[in-house]
Design a protein around this ligand. Structure first.
Ligand code: ZN
Length: 320
Protein backbone atom coordinates (compact mmCIF):
# COMPACT_ATOMS: atom_id res chain seq x y z
CA UNK A 1 0.00 0.00 0.00
CA UNK A 2 2.71 2.44 0.93
CA UNK A 3 4.49 1.90 -2.35
CA UNK A 4 1.30 2.39 -4.32
CA UNK A 5 0.61 5.56 -2.44
CA UNK A 6 3.98 6.97 -3.40
CA UNK A 7 3.30 6.24 -7.06
CA UNK A 8 -0.05 7.96 -6.82
CA UNK A 9 1.57 11.04 -5.36
CA UNK A 10 4.15 11.58 -8.05
CA UNK A 11 1.83 12.83 -10.83
CA UNK A 12 0.23 15.18 -8.34
CA UNK A 13 3.66 16.61 -7.43
CA UNK A 14 4.47 17.15 -11.12
CA UNK A 15 1.12 18.84 -11.62
CA UNK A 16 1.78 21.14 -8.65
CA UNK A 17 5.18 22.11 -10.07
CA UNK A 18 3.67 22.84 -13.51
CA UNK A 19 0.89 24.91 -11.91
CA UNK A 20 3.48 26.85 -9.91
CA UNK A 21 5.57 27.58 -13.02
CA UNK A 22 2.48 28.74 -14.93
CA UNK A 23 1.44 30.90 -11.98
CA UNK A 24 4.90 32.46 -11.74
CA UNK A 25 5.00 33.30 -15.48
CA UNK A 26 1.52 34.85 -15.14
CA UNK A 27 2.51 36.80 -12.02
CA UNK A 28 5.61 38.24 -13.61
CA UNK A 29 3.75 39.06 -16.80
CA UNK A 30 5.85 36.75 -18.92
CA UNK A 31 4.62 34.65 -21.76
CA UNK A 32 6.12 31.36 -22.88
CA UNK A 33 5.59 32.31 -26.54
CA UNK A 34 7.33 35.67 -26.27
CA UNK A 35 10.19 34.01 -24.40
CA UNK A 36 10.73 31.56 -27.25
CA UNK A 37 12.23 34.25 -29.53
CA UNK A 38 15.88 33.40 -30.10
CA UNK A 39 18.51 35.87 -31.22
CA UNK A 40 20.83 32.96 -31.96
CA UNK A 41 18.22 31.37 -34.23
CA UNK A 42 17.73 34.65 -36.17
CA UNK A 43 21.48 34.89 -36.73
CA UNK A 44 21.65 31.28 -37.92
CA UNK A 45 18.76 31.82 -40.38
CA UNK A 46 20.08 35.05 -41.88
CA UNK A 47 23.63 33.77 -42.22
CA UNK A 48 22.42 30.54 -43.79
CA UNK A 49 20.07 32.19 -46.32
CA UNK A 50 22.72 34.69 -47.42
CA UNK A 51 25.34 31.99 -48.00
CA UNK A 52 27.10 32.16 -51.36
CA UNK A 53 25.86 28.68 -52.24
CA UNK A 54 22.36 30.10 -52.81
CA UNK A 55 23.69 32.71 -55.28
CA UNK A 56 21.35 35.47 -54.09
CA UNK A 57 18.13 33.36 -54.05
CA UNK A 58 16.72 34.20 -57.48
CA UNK A 59 13.32 32.62 -58.18
CA UNK A 60 13.39 29.73 -60.61
CA UNK A 61 17.12 28.93 -60.21
CA UNK A 62 18.35 25.49 -59.15
CA UNK A 63 19.88 26.96 -55.98
CA UNK A 64 16.37 27.78 -54.71
CA UNK A 65 15.67 24.08 -54.10
CA UNK A 66 18.02 24.19 -51.12
CA UNK A 67 16.38 27.33 -49.74
CA UNK A 68 12.89 25.79 -50.00
CA UNK A 69 14.11 22.59 -48.33
CA UNK A 70 15.66 24.54 -45.47
CA UNK A 71 12.56 26.66 -44.74
CA UNK A 72 10.27 23.58 -44.87
CA UNK A 73 12.56 21.69 -42.51
CA UNK A 74 12.63 24.54 -40.00
CA UNK A 75 8.81 24.85 -39.98
CA UNK A 76 8.52 21.09 -39.44
CA UNK A 77 11.05 21.16 -36.59
CA UNK A 78 8.77 23.68 -34.85
CA UNK A 79 5.84 21.27 -35.20
CA UNK A 80 3.96 22.77 -38.15
CA UNK A 81 2.44 20.87 -41.07
CA UNK A 82 4.07 21.97 -44.34
CA UNK A 83 2.74 22.11 -47.91
CA UNK A 84 4.70 23.21 -50.97
CA UNK A 85 2.59 25.25 -53.36
CA UNK A 86 4.39 24.83 -56.68
CA UNK A 87 3.35 26.67 -59.81
CA UNK A 88 4.85 26.74 -63.31
CA UNK A 89 5.05 29.73 -65.67
CA UNK A 90 1.94 28.43 -67.47
CA UNK A 91 0.15 28.02 -64.14
CA UNK A 92 0.96 31.63 -63.26
CA UNK A 93 -0.43 32.87 -66.56
CA UNK A 94 -3.63 30.95 -65.80
CA UNK A 95 -3.97 32.26 -62.23
CA UNK A 96 -2.72 35.85 -62.42
CA UNK A 97 -2.56 36.63 -66.15
CA UNK A 98 0.23 37.34 -68.63
CA UNK A 99 3.53 38.78 -67.34
CA UNK A 100 4.12 42.52 -67.78
CA UNK A 101 5.52 43.49 -71.22
CA UNK A 102 9.21 42.63 -71.48
CA UNK A 103 9.05 40.30 -68.48
CA UNK A 104 8.99 36.52 -68.24
CA UNK A 105 7.77 34.27 -65.45
CA UNK A 106 10.32 31.88 -63.92
CA UNK A 107 9.92 28.22 -65.00
CA UNK A 108 8.55 27.30 -61.59
CA UNK A 109 8.11 28.97 -58.21
CA UNK A 110 7.27 27.43 -54.82
CA UNK A 111 5.52 28.95 -51.80
CA UNK A 112 6.32 27.15 -48.54
CA UNK A 113 3.16 27.07 -46.43
CA UNK A 114 3.08 25.96 -42.79
CA UNK A 115 -0.24 25.30 -41.11
CA UNK A 116 -1.54 25.10 -37.57
CA UNK A 117 -5.20 24.26 -36.97
CA UNK A 118 -7.28 26.27 -34.55
CA UNK A 119 -10.36 25.33 -32.58
CA UNK A 120 -12.77 24.04 -35.25
CA UNK A 121 -12.84 27.17 -37.30
CA UNK A 122 -12.96 27.98 -41.00
CA UNK A 123 -11.31 31.35 -40.38
CA UNK A 124 -7.65 31.99 -41.19
CA UNK A 125 -4.87 34.30 -40.09
CA UNK A 126 -2.18 34.41 -42.79
CA UNK A 127 1.35 35.64 -42.01
CA UNK A 128 3.94 35.95 -44.77
CA UNK A 129 7.43 37.01 -45.84
CA UNK A 130 9.23 36.47 -49.15
CA UNK A 131 12.42 34.43 -49.33
CA UNK A 132 13.52 35.12 -52.93
CA UNK A 133 15.91 37.90 -53.87
CA UNK A 134 17.72 39.29 -56.93
CA UNK A 135 20.33 36.56 -57.52
CA UNK A 136 23.78 36.88 -59.06
CA UNK A 137 23.76 39.80 -61.49
CA UNK A 138 26.31 40.11 -64.27
CA UNK A 139 28.93 42.69 -63.47
CA UNK A 140 27.55 43.24 -59.96
CA UNK A 141 27.81 39.85 -58.30
CA UNK A 142 25.74 38.09 -55.67
CA UNK A 143 22.95 40.00 -53.93
CA UNK A 144 22.78 38.37 -50.49
CA UNK A 145 19.54 40.11 -49.43
CA UNK A 146 20.13 39.89 -45.67
CA UNK A 147 17.58 42.59 -44.94
CA UNK A 148 15.57 41.94 -48.15
CA UNK A 149 14.24 39.58 -47.02
CA UNK A 150 16.18 37.03 -44.95
CA UNK A 151 15.20 39.30 -42.04
CA UNK A 152 11.49 38.68 -42.68
CA UNK A 153 12.03 34.93 -42.91
CA UNK A 154 13.95 35.02 -39.62
CA UNK A 155 10.92 36.62 -37.94
CA UNK A 156 8.51 34.18 -39.63
CA UNK A 157 10.50 31.12 -38.46
CA UNK A 158 10.78 32.56 -34.95
CA UNK A 159 7.02 33.13 -34.90
CA UNK A 160 6.53 29.44 -35.78
CA UNK A 161 8.40 28.58 -32.58
CA UNK A 162 6.76 31.31 -30.50
CA UNK A 163 3.15 30.50 -31.39
CA UNK A 164 3.77 26.82 -30.60
CA UNK A 165 5.59 27.65 -27.37
CA UNK A 166 2.62 29.68 -26.12
CA UNK A 167 1.07 26.29 -25.38
CA UNK A 168 -2.40 27.60 -26.35
CA UNK A 169 -4.64 26.44 -29.18
CA UNK A 170 -5.50 29.38 -31.43
CA UNK A 171 -9.14 30.24 -32.14
CA UNK A 172 -8.58 30.23 -35.91
CA UNK A 173 -6.30 28.38 -38.30
CA UNK A 174 -2.89 29.93 -38.96
CA UNK A 175 -0.87 29.82 -42.17
CA UNK A 176 2.76 30.95 -42.15
CA UNK A 177 3.68 31.57 -45.79
CA UNK A 178 7.20 31.92 -47.14
CA UNK A 179 6.58 33.52 -50.55
CA UNK A 180 8.59 32.94 -53.71
CA UNK A 181 8.74 35.32 -56.70
CA UNK A 182 8.23 38.60 -54.82
CA UNK A 183 11.09 40.38 -56.58
CA UNK A 184 9.63 39.33 -59.94
CA UNK A 185 6.27 40.96 -59.26
CA UNK A 186 4.72 39.48 -56.07
CA UNK A 187 4.13 36.25 -58.01
CA UNK A 188 3.85 33.83 -55.07
CA UNK A 189 1.43 35.89 -52.98
CA UNK A 190 -0.68 36.89 -56.02
CA UNK A 191 -1.00 33.24 -57.03
CA UNK A 192 -1.90 32.23 -53.47
CA UNK A 193 -4.64 34.86 -53.14
CA UNK A 194 -6.13 34.27 -56.59
CA UNK A 195 -6.35 30.48 -56.11
CA UNK A 196 -7.41 30.53 -52.44
CA UNK A 197 -10.46 28.36 -51.81
CA UNK A 198 -10.30 28.02 -48.03
CA UNK A 199 -12.38 29.89 -45.47
CA UNK A 200 -12.34 33.57 -44.66
CA UNK A 201 -8.93 35.22 -44.23
CA UNK A 202 -9.57 37.50 -41.26
CA UNK A 203 -6.08 39.07 -41.10
CA UNK A 204 -2.88 39.20 -43.13
CA UNK A 205 0.52 40.23 -41.76
CA UNK A 206 3.61 40.87 -43.91
CA UNK A 207 7.32 41.20 -43.14
CA UNK A 208 9.60 42.72 -45.75
CA UNK A 209 12.91 44.33 -44.73
CA UNK A 210 12.67 44.51 -40.96
CA UNK A 211 16.31 44.14 -39.86
CA UNK A 212 18.06 47.48 -40.32
CA UNK A 213 18.05 50.89 -38.73
CA UNK A 214 19.98 54.14 -39.06
CA UNK A 215 19.55 54.78 -35.32
CA UNK A 216 20.58 51.60 -33.47
CA UNK A 217 20.42 53.45 -30.12
CA UNK A 218 16.72 54.06 -30.75
CA UNK A 219 15.53 51.59 -33.39
CA UNK A 220 12.13 51.86 -34.99
CA UNK A 221 9.83 50.06 -37.39
CA UNK A 222 7.12 51.14 -39.81
CA UNK A 223 3.64 49.80 -39.22
CA UNK A 224 1.49 50.11 -42.33
CA UNK A 225 -2.10 49.00 -42.07
CA UNK A 226 -5.37 48.91 -43.91
CA UNK A 227 -7.11 51.92 -42.42
CA UNK A 228 -10.52 50.61 -43.43
CA UNK A 229 -9.92 48.70 -40.17
CA UNK A 230 -8.94 51.23 -37.46
CA UNK A 231 -8.76 48.45 -34.83
CA UNK A 232 -5.45 47.33 -36.37
CA UNK A 233 -3.68 50.44 -35.11
CA UNK A 234 -5.15 49.83 -31.65
CA UNK A 235 -3.79 46.26 -31.73
CA UNK A 236 -0.32 47.67 -32.40
CA UNK A 237 -0.56 50.30 -29.66
CA UNK A 238 -1.64 47.66 -27.14
CA UNK A 239 1.14 45.29 -28.26
CA UNK A 240 3.80 48.00 -27.94
CA UNK A 241 3.36 48.03 -24.15
CA UNK A 242 4.97 44.55 -24.05
CA UNK A 243 8.10 45.52 -25.99
CA UNK A 244 11.21 46.80 -24.18
CA UNK A 245 12.28 50.37 -24.98
CA UNK A 246 13.94 52.14 -26.69
CA UNK A 247 11.77 51.22 -29.64
CA UNK A 248 9.57 53.35 -31.83
CA UNK A 249 6.70 52.69 -34.21
CA UNK A 250 6.04 54.87 -37.25
CA UNK A 251 2.40 54.68 -38.25
CA UNK A 252 1.85 54.69 -42.00
CA UNK A 253 -1.82 54.67 -42.91
CA UNK A 254 -2.79 52.84 -46.11
CA UNK A 255 -6.10 52.07 -47.75
CA UNK A 256 -7.37 48.72 -48.91
CA UNK A 257 -6.78 49.75 -52.51
CA UNK A 258 -4.47 46.95 -53.64
CA UNK A 259 -1.47 49.29 -53.97
CA UNK A 260 1.91 48.51 -52.42
CA UNK A 261 5.34 47.16 -53.26
CA UNK A 262 5.27 43.95 -51.28
CA UNK A 263 3.23 40.80 -50.66
CA UNK A 264 0.50 42.58 -48.70
CA UNK A 265 -0.79 44.19 -51.94
CA UNK A 266 -2.80 41.17 -53.22
CA UNK A 267 -4.47 40.92 -49.78
CA UNK A 268 -5.12 44.67 -49.76
CA UNK A 269 -6.77 44.34 -53.18
CA UNK A 270 -9.36 42.04 -51.58
CA UNK A 271 -9.79 44.46 -48.67
CA UNK A 272 -8.48 41.90 -46.17
CA UNK A 273 -7.37 43.66 -42.96
CA UNK A 274 -3.59 43.74 -43.32
CA UNK A 275 -0.54 44.85 -41.40
CA UNK A 276 2.82 45.32 -43.12
CA UNK A 277 6.07 45.80 -41.20
CA UNK A 278 8.93 47.51 -43.01
CA UNK A 279 11.96 49.79 -42.65
CA UNK A 280 11.48 53.35 -41.46
CA UNK A 281 13.58 54.61 -44.36
CA UNK A 282 15.24 52.91 -47.31
CA UNK A 283 18.95 52.19 -46.73
CA UNK A 284 21.80 52.68 -49.19
CA UNK A 285 22.22 48.89 -49.70
CA UNK A 286 18.65 48.40 -50.91
CA UNK A 287 18.80 45.95 -53.86
CA UNK A 288 22.61 46.11 -53.81
CA UNK A 289 25.31 43.48 -53.08
CA UNK A 290 26.03 45.39 -49.83
CA UNK A 291 22.85 44.08 -48.14
CA UNK A 292 24.85 41.75 -45.86
CA UNK A 293 24.17 40.13 -42.45
CA UNK A 294 26.77 42.21 -40.55
CA UNK A 295 24.57 45.29 -41.06
CA UNK A 296 21.50 43.77 -39.39
CA UNK A 297 20.53 45.33 -36.06
CA UNK A 298 19.71 42.21 -34.02
CA UNK A 299 18.12 44.22 -31.23
CA UNK A 300 15.69 45.83 -33.67
CA UNK A 301 14.86 42.48 -35.28
CA UNK A 302 14.01 41.02 -31.87
CA UNK A 303 11.84 43.98 -30.85
CA UNK A 304 9.99 43.87 -34.19
CA UNK A 305 9.35 40.14 -33.76
CA UNK A 306 8.04 40.67 -30.22
CA UNK A 307 5.76 43.49 -31.30
CA UNK A 308 4.30 41.45 -34.15
CA UNK A 309 3.88 38.43 -31.85
CA UNK A 310 1.76 40.51 -29.47
CA UNK A 311 -0.38 41.81 -32.34
CA UNK A 312 -0.92 38.25 -33.59
CA UNK A 313 -1.69 37.20 -30.01
CA UNK A 314 -4.74 39.49 -30.05
CA UNK A 315 -5.85 37.97 -33.36
CA UNK A 316 -5.54 34.29 -32.49
CA UNK A 317 -6.25 34.23 -28.76
CA UNK A 318 -8.98 36.90 -28.48
CA UNK A 319 -10.22 37.75 -25.00
CA UNK A 320 -13.74 36.44 -24.49
ZN1 ZN B 1 13.32 43.55 -52.61
Amino acid sequence: MRKENKKMKRPRTILTIITLILLCTKLFGQDLGAQAYSDKYSKEIIHYLTDEKFQGRESGTKEMKGVIKYISKEFKKSGWEVTLQKVTAEGLTASIGEPKPGRKYPGEITNVIARLDGKESDKYVVIGAHFDHLGNKEGLGIHPGADDNASGIAVLLNLARMIKASGLTPDCNILLCAWDGEEKGLLGSKHFVSTWEGGEIIYYMNFDMVGRTKTPENPGITFAWNDNYPRLRKHCEAALKNVPTPFEVFYDQRWGDGKGGSDYAPFSKRNIPFVAWMEVEMHEDYHKPGDTPDKICWDKLQKGALLSYWVIHQWIFPKK
